[in-house]
Design a protein around this ligand. Structure first.
Ligand SMILES: Nc1ncnc2c1ncn2[C@@H]1O[C@H](COP(=O)(O)OP(=O)(O)OP(=O)(O)O)[C@@H](O)[C@H]1O
Length: 570
């Protein structure tokens, strides 16, 4: 082949490569447009149409292709090639850009298949340098090469900016550690005080002496942590009570980011006031997992088993639960107050990663009185839309006491009817939407509702081993060696789980009270003196048991009778 012919062939090959690249860029945009349209991101769709000069009236994806499938195939082929799933998305943390005061995302972990560097300044939303966009004439080979060079230079500059930013960040951190701003002061104290399970409180982390108020505040902070152990796993990082809050441990765990649920935008059929209601309900949806594990709930083995069978398994293995074995759509959890009904519902949502709608009857009644019928409709619409979902209706008795009673408000009657209609809809449909209703007064429920809550599960008072387990967890590391968990468990027959938590808190308060009164009497705190929060003694434990009475013994006989008549016995 002559030199000229070789050059011509080369240039032709380049041209067709350019063409393919252009086509690929356009295809990506069309795939994104289709994805946005299918998933209801209408505003973004419109915007992208006008920016890219494309729309789905002009072009559309070919049959059997969509973005999710493309991604899935990429993941499969990557796994085949490298023996592991690719990490497609990496977590970014937002931080104040050094110097500029703006917010820019910064990568904290690398993608499995990607680079470890930070993205260019400006963040991932910035149009990639050299992309050329779909609009405009095709990019020539020379131009593309120049763009690649420019892109390389821009990346280097961006990396430089990031490095400088990090240096500034580090300097800022150093400054902060010397002179904390007022709101950080409490965290500094808490850092010392949280260790307060029999811990030693000394000088603050900043090196300065702590004032008496600071020590007291720190103590209270420590107590607050104990108070959150209103729940067994409060001491677990990211556990309930602190789950998902800003700065919580789960925030620092890269994997918890991937557990966070991405909510779709509201369905387009919700318009006007229904849309407002939809927005209000969406705000109450847990996007973070409620973070309650089965093991966090002491005892209740039978209730756990029945709930797993009724709700968890059908979500995990839907193919086994069809026809006659179609899952129950309504489950009633009933029993004395404070026995773990809410915890059980949260555990279902955590274990199954369902969208969790937590609606208490009192909020429907107080917040939505006039609109409660519409609210119920929108709630179920959203639950279906975000399926698999669990709708937890707490205090259902307040909502669904027998209908038709004297003085029953018309709006309330309509709301109840709507709830029944919606539950019938669930029973007929195939969506994985479960209603978990909870009540302390099951005998007051409307019979029509009872019929729809097909599975009824008693959540009883905790037995002795369960109470023992609760005390052991709640008081871990706080007691003197001779405080016996068995004694505490034996002396709390008839107490509910939340009563047990109150006893534990009351016992933990006693050493704190002693410390507080010493602080009050002794005058200014000498920074070199160690201030000790002593352990809970046997006397403390006994006194706590003495002053805390069981709150849930009432109606014992009624629960038994109701369970015999309507409950699930095995
Ligand atoms: N089985 C249990 N294991 C661990 N903690 C429990 C248990 N039961 C109750 N608790 C404690 O009691 C608190 C209240 O529990 P929960 O809200 O689940 O009770 P509930 O049955 O829903 O109460 P109510 O009927 O009053 O709404 C929990 O936060 C937890 O601290």
């Amino acid at each position: 082949m002559s030199e000229l012919a070789a050059l011509k062939a080369l240039s032709k090959a380049k041209e067709s490569e350019e063409k393919r690249l252009q086509e690929r860029r356009r295809n990506v945009l069309v795939l994104i447009l289709r994805h946005l349209a299918d998933h209801g991101y209408t505003d973004t769709y419109e915007k992208l149409c006008s920016e890219s000069n494309l729309n789905l009236q002009k072009v559309d994806v070919a049959d059997n292709i969509d973005l999710l499938r493309v991604l899935q195939e990429f993941e499969d082929s990557y796994e085949l090639k490298f023996g592991k799933r690719p990490k497609v998305v990496r977590r970014l943390v937002e931080e104040v850009a050094a110097g500029g005061g703006g917010v820019r995302p910064r990568a904290v972990s690398a993608t499995a298949g990607g680079s470890t560097g930070s993205p260019p300044a400006g963040g991932p939303l910035q149009r990639p340098i050299g992309s050329g966009g779909f609009e405009g004439p095709p990019v020539s080979g020379a131009l593309a090469a120049r763009q690649r060079r420019e892109a390389g230079a821009a990346l280097t500059a961006a990396a430089e900016v990031t490095r400088k930013g990090e240096l500034l960040d580090r300097r800022q951190q150093a400054l902060n550690s010397v002179k904390p701003p007022p709101e950080v002061g409490m965290q500094r104290i808490a850092g010392v005080a949280v260790d307060g399970r029999g811990a030693v409180l000394g000088a603050g982390a900043g090196g300065g002496a702590m004032s008496r108020e600071e020590v007291a505040a720190a103590q209270l902070q420590g107590l607050h942590v104990a108070g959150q152990a209103a729940h067994l796993s409060a001491s677990r990082p990211g556990g309930p009570g602190g789950a998902g809050g800003p700065g919580s441990d789960s925030d620092n765990d890269p994997d918890s980011f991937f557990e966070r649920r991405v909510l779709k935008p509201l369905p387009p059929q919700l318009q006007g006031e229904l849309r407002d209601l939809g927005n209000a309900i969406t705000r109450d949806i847990f996007t973070d997992s409620p973070n309650v594990r089965w093991d966090d709930i002491a005892g209740l083995d039978q209730a756990k088993r029945l709930i797993k069978e009724a709700v968890v398994m059908p979500i995990k293995y839907p193919q086994l639960f069809t026809g006659l074995l179609a899952p129950w759509k309504g489950v009633l959890l009933y029993g004395p107050p404070g026995t773990g009904k809410t915890l059980l519902a949260k555990a279902v949502a955590t274990e199954c990663r369902t969208t969790f709608f937590n609606i208490s009857a009192s909020s429907i009644i107080s917040k939505w009185r006039g609109d409660s019928e519409k609210l119920v409709r929108v709630l179920f619409e959203l639950a279906r839309y975000h399926a698999p979902s669990t709708v937890f209706l707490d205090e259902i008795d307040a909502l669904m006491a027998a209908r038709g009673g004297e003085g029953e408000h018309e709006a309330s009657r309509r709301m109840k009817t709507e709830l029944l209609i919606q539950m019938d809809g669930l029973a007929r449909g195939n969506e994985l939407v479960f209603v978990l209703a909870a009540t302390n007064l099951p005998w007051e429920l409307d019979m029509a509702l009872m019929r729809r809550l097909e599975k009824r599960i008693l959540v009883p008072l905790p037995n002795t081993p369960a109470r023992r387990a609760m005390f052991a967890t709640l008081l871990a590391g706080r007691c003197a060696v001779d405080v016996s968990m068995d004694m505490m468990a034996d002396r709390t027959e008839g107490y509910s789980g939340s009563d047990v938590a109150v006893v534990a808190k009351e016992a933990a308060m006693r050493p704190l009270r002693r410390l507080m009164s010493r602080l009050e009497l002794d005058g200014p705190v000498d920074p070199s003196q160690k201030v000790e929060l002593g352990p809970i003694t046997v006397d403390d434990a006994r006194a706590a048991l003495e002053v805390t009475k069981p709150s849930a013994r009432l109606h014992e006989e009624k629960y038994r009778k109701f369970n015999d008549e309507y409950g699930q016995l095995a």
